[in-house]
Write a protein that binds this ligand. Structure first.
Ligand code: HCB
Length: 212
């Protein structure tokens, strides 16, 4: 049953259990579950718990890295089925990446898959991306939106700097900005003048649609 599969996906990330993850992904696909729901209701839930336990000192960095690696691999396994499903016309063009100084890219990768799965054309610059690269790429591909991810209080400041850079270049408003990452709030979005923010990947799809 559906919830059992989500639970198994979540636990696979918690227990760093690759075999269980693979089995649950296969079972889910066989049952016809939406791959995106499997990511959001399964893996992402597990990663949030892993994060909380890490913060509470109940897990250590190597375990964190192993859960993160498992999650990345498992998402790869699901990516193909999501990409195979996209038939819509392009909804818009988005340049996406994690800001400079920040290597956290699990969330960014999920957001990318969801946006891509919902018809957006994505240019993924990866992680630890210099701010001027976001703007250069967005101009080059005539992007509608720049989506940045920042997971640390030290790197979220870059999202504010990006807004300033867009203003200076007269691009503010022409290229919309959408921000996300664990420390990102609506308050931060308003404070820095970003156009949208989202707490998770399905929310990001809604926000991106609104920005178009
Ligand atoms: Co990392 N780390 N980490 N980490 N890490 C955090 C972020 C801390 C909060 C943990 C803590 O100490 N409390 C912390 C930051 C503290 C702070 O803010 N000051 C931290 C630290 C300190 C560090 C290092 C410095 C640790 C060290 O080396 N001592 C180092 C950073 C190196 C660097 O970046 N320069 C580091 C390294 C790592 C890894 C490599 C072990 C691993 C990352 C692997 C990878 O990404 N490839 C890692 C992880 C996994 C985490 C936690 C546990 C989970 C992050 C995660 O993947 N969450 C995190 C704890 C936490 O976040 N509370 C911890 C799951 C995803 C699904 O959520 O929020 O990323 P998400 O994305 C969501 C959401 O935000 C939204 O949708 C996504 C999908 O639902 N969203 C968007 C994201 N981007 C969006 C963009 C949009 O436009 C719209 C929506």
């Amino acid at each position: 049953n559906e919830n059992e599969i989500y639970e198994q996906l979540k636990n696979a990330v918690l227990n760093i259990d690759e075999e269980s993850s693979k089995a649950a992904v296969e079972a889910g696909l066989h049952e016809g579950l939406d791959p995106m729901s499997m990511i959001e209701n399964g893996f992402a839930k597990g990663m949030v718990i892993v994060g909380d336990e890490f913060e509470a000192g109940r897990r250590f960095l190597p375990q964190l890295m192993m859960s993160a690696a498992l999650m990345t691999e498992s998402i790869e396994q699901l990516k193909e089925s999501i990409e195979g499903e996209v038939t819509q016309e392009t909804q818009g063009t988005i340049v996406i990446g994690t800001v400079e100084g920040d290597v956290h890219d699990i969330g960014k990768n999920i957001v990318k898959i969801f946006l891509g799965g919902n018809g957006f054309k994505l240019y993924d610059l990866g992680r630890d991306v210099l701010l001027h690269k976001f703007i250069e790429k967005a101009e080059e591909v005539n992007a509608d939106i720049i989506s940045t991810s920042a997971l640390m209080t030290s790197t979220m400041q870059s999202q504010a700097t990006l807004e300033e850079m867009l203003k200076e270049k007269g691009l503010k408003g022409k290229i919309k900005t959408m921000i996300g990452g664990a420390p990102i709030t609506e308050r931060w979005m308003k404070k820095i003048g970003a156009d949208g923010c989202a707490e998770n990947a399905s929310e990001a799809v809604k926000v991106a649609r609104q920005l178009m």
